[in-house]
Ligand binder design. Structure first.
Ligand SMILES: O=C(CO)COP(=O)(O)O
Length: 255
């Protein structure tokens, strides 16, 4: 039985006080919300260590928003996979559209980082998705498949074991205009059937999440779709009450 994967991506938000309040209140309110959910938070990297320390005995996983392609050396400002592992990180977001757009990351950068995560047994969350123009031109499926194809071609399908795919249409991120659940379902099923051409079991087991303006009102409608196995949540993960509500709403839907 696959657990529903709920990831809260804090992006460049929060501070020490926010972190402590969030975790303390989470501990108080979390009762019974885990049943069928796997919960991950990706705070800004500066706070990873503190987050890990404050949640040591909690059923909450730590994720990073990014990793460098180098493991050590003269790379001022970067963070390596070994450092992330050292502070308890289990998941790492790769190729988020904000990194692709603002830092010119491409599918090849994602591939290099993916290789490192696999080597160090961290779980990649590969973000894929089209922009508004591409959507209008009906290029969504092609764009999404291309974003994972490079990994399958270079490393083989088995590399997708213990990997998460997050479909985040760029036009839906932070806009308050989420994609329609049926639209997302259609994209997810195309991704799954592409993977199934290589390996049926991996295609069945791989977690494909949706992200883009998910909130407590629409979360359930996504998880009710057959091929949506989780949610990658930005803004609503910063509001603890909303985040908890989302988890409660969806946690029993796929039993
Ligand atoms: O980019 C996202 C998560 O990685 C989605 O952000 P929002 O939920 O704020 O739209």
């Amino acid at each position: 039985m696959k657990k529903i994967l709920i990831v809260g991506n804090w992006k460049l938000n929060g501070n020490k006080k926010f972190l402590i309040n969030f975790i303390n209140n989470f501990k108080k309110k979390k009762k019974n919300i885990y049943k069928n959910c796997n919960i991950v938070i990706t705070p800004p990297s500066l706070y990873l260590d503190a987050f890990n320390y404050l949640t040591l005995n909690e059923n909450i996983n730590l994720g990073a928003q990014n990793v460098d392609v180098n493991v050590f050396g003269s790379f001022t400002g970067d963070l390596s996979v070994k450092m992330l592992k050292d502070v308890g990180v289990k998941y790492v977001i790769l190729g988020h559209s904000e990194r692709r757009i603002n830092y010119y990351e491409n599918n090849f950068t994602v591939l290099k980082k993916f290789i490192l995560l696999k080597k160090y047994n961290l779980i990649p969350i590969i973000c894929i998705g089209e922009n508004y123009d591409e959507k209008k031109k009906k290029l969504t499926n092609k764009i999404c498949i291309n974003q994972i194809k490079i990994i399958i071609k270079k490393l083989g399908i088995k590399s997708l074991n213990n990997t998460v795919i997050a479909y985040e249409p760029i036009w839906a991120i932070g806009t308050g205009k989420s994609a329609k659940p049926e639209y997302v379902q259609n994209v997810h099923s195309k991704i799954r059937s592409y993977i199934s051409k290589y390996d049926k079991l991996i295609s069945k087991n791989i977690i494909i999440q949706y992200g883009g303006s998910v909130n407590e009102k629409n979360a359930k409608s996504f998880i009710l779709q057959h091929d949506i196995d989780g949610l990658l949540i930005g803004n609503s993960s910063l509001k603890l009450n909303s985040f908890i509500k989302i988890i409660k709403e969806v946690s029993n839907l796929k039993n």
